[in-house]
Design a protein around this ligand. Sequence first.
Ligand code: ZN
Ligand code: ZN
Length: 393
Amino acid sequence: MLKKAQALQDELVRLRRDIHAHPELGFQEFRTAALVADTLKELGIAVKTGVGRTGVVGEIGSGDGPTIAIRADMDALPILQKSDAPYCSTNDGVMHACGHDSHTAMLLGAAHLLRQSAAEEKWQGKVRFLFQPCEEAFDENGISGATAMIQDSALAGVDAVIALHVKSDAPAGKLFFHDQFSLANVDSFEATLFGDGGHGAYPHTGADPIHMLGQVLNAIYAIPSRRINPLRPCVISVGQVKGGETTNVIPNKVFLQGTIRSYHDDIREQLWQELEQALKLTTLMGGRYELIIHKGYPALYNDGQVNTWMRDVARDMLDNTRIVEQEFGMGAEDFAYMAQEAKGAMFMLGAAIDDGITRHHHTDIFDIDESVLPIGSAMLAETARRFVMGQLK
Ligand SMILES: [Zn+2]
Ligand SMILES: [Zn+2]
C-alpha cells in the first residue's frame, strides 16, 4: 500500500498545493468542496455534496458488511501568510495554517488507493469518506463542521471512524498514538466583577473591582494546583483583563475572559464550580459578579482497539521506531464529536521541515514536509482496507 501511495506523490503534492493556494474559511469551502467532489467523481466514487453545509461525502463498497469512515477537514484560518513558496495563499488574509489542506489531499489519495483495492479485492463492507468543513470555528448557532455533518446523518451506519492530523513541530514520518483521552474539553468563560468605583484618593468610600480582581486571579490560578486531583489534567488560563481608564479613577467594573480545559467530564464540571467559587470572593469584598461559561468541544477519546488497528498497519508498513506513544495535549479537535458517534481514533503524523526552523500550527509561517503525504494516505487506506477485508478484530 505504501508503494502504491508513493507512486501518487506528485498528484498528492499537486492537490495539496492547489488547496493551499486557495484557502477558504469555515463553511465557505466552496472551491475546495468542488475540487474534492470532482476528484472523487473522476475516481468513479458516488458523491454527496452540501453535507453539513459545505461538506462532501463519498462512499465505496457494498453489501451488508460494516462501514468505516475516514475524516479530513478542509477549512483554513484568518491569517495573512508569510511565504515565498509558489503555492502561497492567493486569498489574502486566509491561510492553511493548520495543515487541513494536506488532510484533504491525503484523504483524496486514500480514496484513490481504496478505489483500486475495491476493484481488485473482495470487500465485505463499505468505506465512507468524510470531507468536513469548519473545524476551526463555529457558525452563528455555535456549531462546528463535525456537528453539522453529524446532524446531516454523515455518520449514520458508521461502525468505526478514523482520522489523522499533521504535526508541523514533530519529525517527518513519526506517528503519534494515544489511547483514551488525548485532547481536551474546551470551554471558555467571561466574567465581570462589579464594585462601586470612585475617586482614587478615597478608596475606602466604595468597593474597588481592581482590588477584587487581584484576589480572584489568585483564586483562579489556585484551582488546578489546589482544588483538582493532580492525576487529572486540566488548565485554566485568563487571556484578557479589561478595566479602568486613568490614574485617579477607581472603575466600577472589570472584565476578564479565559479558557478552561480538561480531559474528564467530572473535572470539567468541577472546574466550572470552582471558577464560580473564586468569583464569589467579590461578594465578600462588597461587590458582585457575573459569569458566563461557553461549553465548547468535548475531549477527544481515542478508542484503544481502533488505535491498535492503526498501530499494526504502521508497524507492518513502516517500522516500530516510527511509533510514539504520547498524549496530544490540551488542544482541541471537533473530530471528538465523531468519535462519540462511533468508535474512533485519530493519530498525529509528524511533518516538520528539517531545516532548524519550527513552523508552529496557526502561525503565518506554518508549512509541512510534503514527503509525508503518501504515508498519511497509505495509513488511512490500509486501515480501511483491512477493515472491509474482514482482517480486523
Ligand atoms: Zn488548527
Ligand atoms: Zn487542525
